[in-house]
Design a protein around this ligand. Sequence first.
Ligand SMILES: *Cc1c(COP(=O)(O)O)cnc(C)c1O
Length: 621
Amino acid sequence: MKQFGLDIWADDNFFINNDTVNVNYGSRPSLLQITQEIRERGYKGPLLLRFPHLISKQIHTLFDTFTQAKKAFGYRGNFHAVFPLKVNQFPNFIHALIDVSRDYHYGLEAGSKAELILAISKTPPGAPITVNGFKDKEMISLCFIAAKTGHNITVTIEGLGELETIIQVDREFNSDQERSVAPKIGMRVRLHSAGTGTWAKSGGYSSKFGLTSTELLEAYEMLTQNALLDRLWMIHFHIGSQMGDIAPLKKALREAGNIYAELKKRGADSLGAINIGGGLAVEYSQHDSSMERNYSLREFANDVVYLMQEISRSKGVAEPDIFTESGRYIAASHSVLIAPVLELFSQEYHQKALRLKAENPPLIQELYDLLHTISRKNAREYLHDALDHMESLLTLFDLGYIDLEDRSNTEILVNLIVKKAISLLKNEGSDELKRLQDRIQERYLVNFSLFQSLPDFWGLAQQFPVMPLDRLDEKPSNPASIWDITCDSDGEMAFSRDLPLYLHDIDVGKEEYFLAFFLTGAYQEVLGMQHNLFTHPTECVIRFKEDGTYSIGSLIEAQNLMDVLDDLDYDTALIDKTLKQQIEESLFISKEEKEELLGKLYLYLSENSYLKTIQAISENN
Ligand SMILES: *Cc1c(COP(=O)(O)O)cnc(C)c1O
């Protein structure tokens, strides 16, 4: 992996400049500089940085690429896009998204009542709103209210029951009105071509969603009988997220395109749009050998436009408007999670931790000599000797012949020898070495929660690019695994030996070292769990001005301890009272000390669960 795979996943958004990773925009500040500026204000835990210019870039690229494809094929339908709220509903994201997309009539997609309320209140006038997912009468009524207030809203029906409700609500809303106003209607089709990847079940015949051919015909009849056929406007499908291969999309386009054309020929004159859902993938990989996507946006757009044109021409119907609901593609790149490394677990295996005696057991003396004479030529042989000695020494300990200090010396010396051998034999890449490498993966304890900040790693084994913020002019030497601060052994990001992550050998007692996790902007935030009661990290928005300088704004601090407990519906006033009472009534504390402890308690309660400082550094200061 060269430069942490930046050329694979970073899309020119970040680049390495000397020893730091920098934002490729404006004055091109380093992420380290931004991080330190925020930390100087007192925010020491993990930080989530949002970059609106990257949201802007994605939206711009999406519209631009489809405009070019339309032009290249002489396509007559329009292109529209909406952002699916389920991908990221956080206000600092949504407000930035709406701000940067003004020129595009970019709309929002809602899949629940709360999201619908967000969509209705935040979508700019005229921009489309699409509503998917299961709906009850109340939700459909909200769509009618939105239509009546002038919104360009499309309700996608996922089943015939929903259509019945729409008909009922339409009667209630429009029976004595002179001018009837109703939302546009879309129909989600259940494709026989299967979905893709982890989310195969979102598309395909076993899908939770969509109408079969028989149901489509029935829906068509129901719309006709109830004078609503003129509202039927959209055919919708969604084949699942993070579509790595373009082939299933093409199949789905053919299927849905023909359904569109058939219904149109049957008499659905208002039908004029095909909504291809989401699925556009993001490249998360740091390694050439594990890339997740086999197509470009250009290929994607060309396929959609070409196939819709071909089907429309051959069936003699008008080319439909094209809608996309890509979410991951728009949101993933905009945020970066930055977390400080707190500790390296094998740091105790340092030469200076040795407790050699005047007289050591001979095998230990020999290990010591091996460490100091190992070279490229003898590395393999010395390595085998060291491992062999270790077995013998551990047996001697079990039998009571050597003491705990000897055993500690053994562990340290063997670890150092293995490390040295691996670095000397780096270019040989034998299986034996790789196995050893697994064993000596350095564990980096990092001040964040995987469950909160990267839930898809925990739940779906989704990789996220990770790299240090600085020292990038130095070759990292430690094969690493990353541990979060939850008390859960699943809170570990291990790397296979085929796709290792190398990090620097640092002394956290002396220097700060930060890891950045990229492409965390899609799905991770609202899916994040408060396991161990770690909360959403402190976040801020980095905006670049015309002159290239940046500002750090819209800071939202991680929830404090009491607010987290309050969210769980604990009586926090009672907890507060109990804590104070315990101090006040304690027989072991003097009166002055009570004052002091109460002051401290008050301060701690106002802070969040993440660790405040790197322990060793704070002790030294
Ligand atoms: C989740 C979802 C999307 C977004 O999918 P991405 O893969 O994030 O682009 C779009 N449309 C529907 C109906 C969805 O359920």
